[in-house]
Design a protein around this ligand. Structure first.
Ligand SMILES: [Zn+2]
Length: 157
């Protein structure tokens, strides 16, 4: 655990909340899109992942070798509600999923029109969050947002 009082800027001024996704988007430095934090740990200056710090503030120390995963798929997010412990295997699976997406095999193409309607119903009628719908359909928040905004599956209403 790291000491809060070492920081010049209060924690809650270091991110901005996205009202749409609930993400706490890090305003400070990013490394490959991931929130990072310069901190003093056991008297040593270190650069750590800001979301690891965020998770520890709520849940206590992260066990050694364990990764923090973003349910929102947004590495710049430090909202503890969007973070959970993962394993190396989870990360490998994520990587595979992203690689497949980059080759054009997005899970969007596997959706049926009734699933598209379900997604929009949950967002627009039930008021579910992008995060929870994305999780249930095993899609990214971005893909769900595109479906909601009719940038994807526009011909289905
Ligand atoms: Zn988030």
């Amino acid at each position: 655990m790291f000491l809060m009082q070492k920081y010049k800027l209060p924690w809650n001024e270091r991110y901005r909340i996205d009202p749409d996704t609930g993400c706490w988007n890090w305003l400070m430095s990013l490394s490959h899109g991931a929130a990072q934090l310069h901190a003093v740990v056991d008297g040593e200056r270190k650069t750590i992942r800001a979301y690891r710090f965020a998770w520890e503030q709520v849940n206590g120390p992260i066990p050694p070798g364990v990764q923090i995963r973003h349910d929102c798929d947004n590495a710049a997010c430090v909202n503890p509600d969007h973070l959970r412990l993962g394993t190396q295997l989870d990360n490998v699976r994520d990587m595979d999923k992203r690689k497949r997406a980059n080759r054009g095999y997005t899970s969007k193409s596997q959706l049926t029109s009734s699933q598209v309607r379900d997604i929009r119903f949950r967002l627009e009628v039930l008021g579910d969050t992008l995060i929870s719908v994305a999780r249930d359909f095993e899609m990214s928040r971005m893909q769900i947002r595109r479906i909601r905004d009719r940038q994807a599956w526009a011909r289905i209403d």
